[in-house]
Design a protein around this ligand. Sequence first.
Ligand code: S3P
Length: 423
Amino acid sequence: MSLKGSLTVASDKSITHRAIIFSSLSKGTTQIYNPLLGEDCLSTLEIFKSFGVKSHIENNCLTITSPGIDSFEIESPVLDAKNSGTTARLLMGVFPYLKKPVTLIGDDSLSRRPMRRVVTPLSQMGARIELKEEATLPAHIFPSHLSGISYVLPVASAQVKSAVMLAGMLAKGRTTISEPIPTRDHTEKMFEDFKIHYQKLNRVITIEGPQMPQTPGEVFVPGDISSAAFFIVAALIVPGSEIIINNVGINETRSGIIDVIQSMGGNLTLLNPRYFGGEPVADLKVEYTPRLTATVIEGELIPRLIDEIPILALLATRAVGTTVIKDAEELKVKETNRIDVTVQQLSSIGAKIKATEDGMIIEGNPMEDFCEAKVSSHKDHRIAMMLCVASLLLEKPLVIEDVESMNISYPDFLQHLQALSEN
Ligand code: S3P
């Protein structure tokens, strides 16, 4: 069954989180057009609502009215980031500024993920944050006076960079952050939208604090390339497919998947490149490609496609030759250990894939059939959607345990997939 037609995928998760955070910190009203209302972004919104921020949703627009960070009321000291690493890590950069202590908690998956990477620089800035012994949540965060620091990011993480940027914005004095490997720059773009002055030169960000964000009134969120990735791969591997995905963010720090697909010989064309709310976007035309070639995914490419690796692993199983993914240890500390879970789940349906210390090796063969198996998302949204795409290559339905985890980033995924298959 081929995929045909056009669609607009879920809006960008990273940008929606940031839009909610900056709108909530700013005094006044902000309209966020085309927001992602997936579970992760709602976790961020709920936390700010507990501080007295008001919101309503109408006609695909989220309106946020805030008294501003200096007038937040901390009604409940326990704040739940649920499954969302972006909520937890970015907000850790803000919470030391609050007037009362708070405790940040998360679900089982988030409570296993490393938090020292954010607490180390924030402590150097003067924040008092107590983690569990294993350097995980819950985090007890106490009111602190922050001062600027110079920090070299030891991991390529936009979440850590953004936490230090937010703390630097609220801190006294100069904060500099050096990023040896570039990561997504949506926080930098939000700084511009919300009139926070900063400089970025040769991978070094400098902020003079304290500064308070000021609302631009409106923010526009493009489609999420990480969500589009599932449809891009589906159209490339399902015979006869031809689709157009509208208004997808193609920010250079996120578009590694486009480079990889072009290097594999995939039929992917960017139409109407333009700007949408300060972010570059395009419509993506994708056609079935019977002969894809294997590739190597490594180095500075990794942060540019970190969330797309499970679906790229599936794509590699259909390409001729051996695809190697390396330098991707970060996958071990995502919602699941995505190296192990991707390898286990794809192996169980017959793919020739093995895990390595920092990635995976995939022996691709476009002719090989997948087999039926019991598979599970392990409650990881990106694994759930990858397995749905894999199921398109099977004759019989694939039973995917915990498939509803896709609500984290793409609540309408199955309806969108169905609509393209019915065309
Ligand atoms: C995100 C950054 C990435 C990414 C995550 C969202 C963000 O995490 O995997 O889904 O919005 O900043 P790291 O920065 O930890 O790599």
